[in-house]
Design a protein around this ligand. Structure first.
Ligand code: B12
Length: 322
């Protein structure tokens, strides 16, 4: 039996529900413990806990237990049958015998249950479940929490899987689309609010999810921004700055190839120099950045820096350490 299998009491404590609730979910909806060794009570495996976590979250959000149980059962399949086989056959297909060992999963090794649930749904190309799980995560933990705990581990896992196999691009596209939809659905500040922050990806840069996370995290805090998205040519960025007069501009580059420090330099030298012109993303080489351009290294750091620059009346943070 897996060492990490839990007794009913321990499972209930971890989930924050009563043991009798667990018993009801087991008897009525089949969400019971699956690990068993002779002479001992059945125990809840990490996969059982993933299902129960989905059940807990959805019932807490007002879904009926029967409906939530349907999602919980669909959202999670055992870790070692989650990923399509290298021959293109989906090992999760009905009737396929579960393979032990050598499990294929897309989530990062350090990923928690939330990320593993999303990764499994993604591996099945089950967009509805990916969206639902992401939405629940954002509702429960906020954009920053969901980004770090769930979205980043899943994206990193996808990147590693792609690097190793040059395959599963369809999973990458599906997850990216779902992340975009869920982050885009976070309510924005009212239309009248003046947006003083401009977010853009560099020319030819197609990676935008971290900027989308930043826009959603700012929105949660009531801070509006303009997100120009992918592949913004230098002239278009200059024009946007001239036309909207932002106090903060964040330019994202995921790849070395797309990181052109000249695009930052133009903003500093232009007639409408923003208070903060920041570089963000692993593509930038700090040594090549123009003076006065900080690198924002994480989502919370970016939220703090642009929020301060958007409202000069607020105490400024010292960006020299960035
Ligand atoms: C999703 C994805 C895509 C999607 C993007 C969709 C979208 N709307 O953004 C699509 C399918 C479009 C795509 C395309 C490509 N991709 Co891609 N993609 C990814 C993937 C899986 C996630 C990208 C992401 O959002 N990362 C964000 C987080 C998860 O990662 P990170 O930036 O490293 O995070 C660090 C910091 O940035 C910081 N941080 C994290 N979040 C935030 C947020 C903010 C606001 C800040 C300031 C900081 C910050 O903390 C982290 C720890 O240091 C990565 C894998 C990966 N590990 O990133 C590959 C990856 C980036 N892609 C890669 C490649 C090669 C490509 C393509 C060239 C593929 C191709 N042959 O066409 C094209 C790019 C074309 C182009 N011209 O841009 C490579 C890049 C290799 C390299 N070093 O340059 C990667 C690493 C995959 C791999 N392992 O090979 N991709």
């Amino acid at each position: 039996m897996a060492d990490d299998a839990l007794t009913a009491g321990a499972a209930a404590r971890r989930l924050g529900v009563a043991v009798t609730t667990l018993r009801t979910w087991h008897q009525r909806y089949g969400l019971g413990p699956s690990a068993h060794s002779p002479g001992r009570h059945r125990r809840y495996t990490p996969e059982d806990m993933d299902r129960l976590e989905v059940m807990r979250r959805l019932t807490a959000r007002g879904m009926t237990p029967a409906e939530a149980a349907g999602w919980a059962r669909r959202a999670v399949v055992p870790m070692d049958v989650a990923w399509p086989s290298s021959h293109g056959r989906d090992a999760t297909a009905e009737g396929a015998a579960p393979r032990r060992g050598g499990g294929r999963t897309v989530a990062h090794a350090r990923a928690g249950p939330g990320a593993r649930g999303v990764a499994r749904a993604a591996a099945r190309l089950d967009a509805a479940s990916v969206r639902d799980l992401l939405e629940a995560n954002v509702a429960d933990h906020g954009v920053v929490g969901a980004w770090h705990e769930v979205i980043v581990p899943v994206l990193v896992g996808i990147g590693e899987r792609y690097a190793a196999t040059q395959r599963f691009i369809e999973v990458e596209h599906l997850v990216s689309r779902c992340v975009t939809e869920v982050l885009g659905a976070v309510p924005r500040p009212s239309p009248g609010t003046d947006a003083r922050i401009l977010l853009a990806a560099t020319d030819e840069e197609q990676h935008t999810l971290p900027l989308e996370a930043l826009a959603a995290a700012l929105a949660e805090r009531g801070v509006p921004c303009r997100l120009l998205g992918a592949r913004v040519p230098p002239q278009a960025l200059d024009d946007a700055v001239t036309r909207t007069g932002p106090t903060a501009v964040v330019l994202w580059s995921q790849q070395r190839l797309t990181a052109d420090p000249g695009q930052l330099g133009r903003l500093l030298d232009g007639p409408h120099r923003p208070l903060l012109v920041a570089a963000a993303g692993p593509g930038w080489d700090r040594a090549e950045l123009p003076d006065g351009v900080p690198v924002l290294g994480s989502l919370p750091e970016a939220v703090a820096a642009v929020t301060a620059a958007a409202d000069p009346a607020r105490p400024r943070i010292d960006l020299r350490w960035c």
